[in-house]
Design a protein around this ligand. Structure first.
Ligand code: GAR
Length: 191
């Protein structure tokens, strides 16, 4: 399942809820010579997302929606259309998109998740991996389908769990890898 671009740069929207470090790594990637994407829109469900600052720094259009009702999704779809968005990257986006929304962008929504899927779908992944005495955790880039964290996997990176790890230390090491594999995964699927 590759997204065909012809030779054009793909207009991308990044959805965030929090710090936006993955957004930052995607912006960096988009600025590389011959990058397959440009980031034209940043959408957040949280007006206090620290990541929204990157919209100001890099002069990217930003919009905040509560995602609480279908009207909001309609407004978002309008905004995506208006900006000719052809790819959505979820980057620390903590809301669940409706089935209808996902269908409208079928095969064109990508997510990064902080575990080795199919293990630990949902929240609190780092504590769950540590409490299970797993030797490894990691991160996964995957397509988004209506079933939570279950779409086809594009790329994963394993990260070793150390004896003295806590959720915070593990999260920090995994996040570093996330910043590498998200751009790499996009490169793989955008031809
Ligand atoms: C990242 O670890 C990302 O994988 C995770 O939230 C963090 C956001 O960090 N996403 C999820 O848990 C999605 N279910 P960031 O805002 O610094 O990119």
């Amino acid at each position: 399942m590759a997204i065909s671009t012809g030779s054009k740069v793909i207009k991308t929207a990044v959805f965030i809820s929090g710090t936006g470090s993955n957004l930052k790594s995607l912006i960096k990637f988009s600025k590389l010579k011959k990058s397959p994407i440009s980031i034209n829109l940043i959408i957040s469900n949280n007006p206090k997302s620290k990541g929204l600052e990157y919209a100001n720094i890099f002069k990217i259009k930003k919009k905040v929606f509560t995602f609480k009702n279908i009207t909001d999704e309609k407004k978002i779809l309008f905004e995506l259309k208006k900006n000719k968005i052809n790819l959505i990257c979820l980057a620390g986006f903590m809301k669940i998109l409706s089935k209808e929304f996902i269908k409208r962008f079928q095969g064109k929504i990508i997510n990064i998740h902080p575990s080795l899927l199919p293990k630990y779908k949902g929240l609190d992944t780092h504590n769950r991996a540590i409490n299970n005495n797993d030797k490894y955790s990691g991160c996964t880039v995957h397509y988004v389908t209506p079933k939570l964290d279950s779409g086809k996997i594009i790329l994963q990176k394993k990260v070793k769990i150390f004896k003295n790890d806590n959720a915070k230390s593990l999260q920090k090491r995994i996040l570093k890898q996330e910043h590498k594999i998200y751009p790499k995964a996009l490169k793989m699927i955008l031809n």
